[in-house]
Design a protein around this ligand. Structure first.
Ligand SMILES: Nc1nc2c(ncn2[C@@H]2O[C@H](COP(=O)(O)OP(=O)(O)OP(=O)(O)O)[C@@H](O)[C@H]2O)c(=O)[nH]1
Ligand SMILES: [Mg+2]
Length: 462
């Protein structure tokens, strides 16, 4: 578990006990009102008229101004081994919005303060129960759409970043300790540290850092879903396929070629994968007029940014040279960028028997082959997310800290090689800086404004 952060910040907020509805507003079987802070136990006494035993769910009538509001199940946990690192009180009431509002009001009247968005998670962060990557993962987990985004957020919530940083920290700390003993006690006859051993430790730390940094590529496709573009010749049925995959009429389709001009992006969950589906203008060199030409340019741009390219082919037409050229340009761009290519042979309902071309036969009109197409997109999107690595960290500032730490280690090695005899002093300085940078990479010392921005995206009660 990470250590507690800035003691000043802790003091500023720790005195107040916060309250919020933890379940979505609206009618449901049950609703949960949650409190966190030092006065939870006292509030439980006021609201429920009884002393709660820690970790023991107790059914009690909850009163506001003498009148019973609801019969709730209350559980009290004593900090600091709670999710927020503070005392926690959970009140499970019946799921009526009016009633739950009453419970929150009763807590406010008892002296609690209404929680700001994300404040529970923020307290967990302040109290060292979560590192910043984990705190973000909480938000990602709640908003994650699709199984793969969910499992990625869960992995980050398990604290991958702090663990990975601890692994880098270990050899650095060990070496620094060895150096400091010699620096602090020059009079004592401690065998001088072998240059080889020091270099091995530095090299080890640098290698661990490298592994971590390479796993920290931007996790965009994990958050929003892989970008899946539909490309192909005008009239091939790209917009029709988009609509069929989404299950609703999102894009305009029409019998004449050149219908779609703008890029059209839509989030969707396909076969358990969260994706951003992108409809594009049909690719053709002889676009009619400036709007269509711009559309083609935008399609080409989208081809440069998607992780999965679906080449939509009109299987009912014999391919002419323009088709062949457009198809090969999509395939070439995908191969060059390492994007996954899927060929959809559309309009199979118009083709007698099986077409000769390779790809997934389907029809936007009849729905034939769409399940297979969806599965292929989901598999490619999953593979694209895996290509990205663990994405433990995607904050530019934290990534920079990792890069700087790496540079410090490299400089330390270079200095050690150049001047092994007088290296210890400077080496210790560098290692201290590496440790500070590793803390920064974990999110320690993140400016208040950045924290505000992160936690304000949470919902109240989280
Ligand atoms: N029979 C049949 N017609 C289809 C199928 N898919 C699309 N169409 C028709 O083909 C025409 C073109 O479809 P769109 O979806 O607009 O094609 P597009 O690729 O988006 O075309 P542009 O936007 O002009 O590039 C429309 O008349 C659709 O109804 C299909 O699977 N079978
Ligand atoms: Mg279209």
């Amino acid at each position: 578990m990470a250590q507690a952060r800035d003691p000043l910040e802790k003091k500023l907020t720790a005195e107040e006990t916060i309250v919020a509805l933890a379940t979505p507003p609206g009618r449901s079987a049950l609703g949960i009102v949650r409190l966190s802070g030092p006065r939870c136990r006292e509030f439980a006494r006021v609201l429920l008229g009884t002393e709660l035993e820690p970790r023991r769910a107790t059914a009690r009538p909850l009163r506001r101004g003498g009148a019973v509001v609801d019969r709730v199940v209350a559980t009290y946990w004593a900090g600091p081994s709670t999710p927020t690192g503070e005392d926690l009180l959970e009140l499970v009431g019946h799921g009526s919005p009016e009633l739950l509002r009453e419970i929150v009001s009763a807590a406010l009247e008892a002296g609690a303060r209404a929680a700001a968005p994300g404040e529970f998670t923020r307290r967990a962060y302040i109290n060292g129960r979560l590192d910043l990557a984990q705190a973000r993962a909480v938000g990602d987990l709640i908003s994650a759409r699709g199984a793969s985004a969910r499992s990625a957020a869960l992995r980050r919530l398990e604290g991958g970043l702090s663990k990975a940083l601890d692994e880098v920290r270990a050899p650095v700390l060990e070496l620094l300790a060895a150096l400091e003993v010699r620096l602090d006690h020059p009079e004592e006859d401690i065998a001088s540290l072998s240059g080889d051993a020091a270099d091995a430790s530095l090299k080890d730390a640098a290698a661990r850092l490298e592994r971590l940094a390479s796993g920290c590529t931007r996790g965009r496709s994990r958050r929003e879903g892989a970008r899946v573009g539909l490309f192909g010749r005008p009239n091939a049925g790209k917009s029709s396929l988009l609509n069929a995959l989404l299950g609703r009429d999102r894009a305009i389709t029409a019998p004449e070629p050149g219908t779609t001009r703008d890029l059209l992006e839509e989030q969707a969950e396909l076969g358990g994968a969260c994706v951003v589906l992108i409809d594009t203008a049909g690719l053709r060199a002889d676009a009619a007029g400036p709007a269509e030409r711009q559309g083609v340019a935008r399609a080409e741009l989208a081809l440069e940014s998607c992780e999965v390219a679906v080449l939509v082919v009109d299987a009912a037409r014999a391919a002419d040279e323009h088709d062949a050229k457009a198809h090969s340009s999509v395939a070439t761009a995908a191969a060059r960028r390492g994007a996954h290519l899927i060929v959809a042979l559309n309009k199979m309902d118009l083709v007698g028997g099986h077409g000769a071309a390779e790809g997934l036969p389907c029809s936007a009109l009849t729905g034939q082959g769409l399940a297979e197409l969806e599965a292929a997109i989901a598999a490619a999107a999953g593979a694209a997310a895996a290509d990205e690595g663990e994405a433990l960290l995607d904050d530019a500032r934290q990534l920079d800290a990792l890069k700087l730490a790496r540079a410090e280690l490299d400089s330390a090695r270079a200095e050690l090689a150049a001047r092994p005899a007088s290296w210890e002093d400077r080496g210790a300085d560098r290692l201290r800086r590496v440790l500070a940078l590793l803390n920064e990479a974990r999110g320690d010392g993140t400016p208040e404004a950045v924290l505000d921005e992160i936690f304000s995206k949470f919902c109240v009660g989280k």
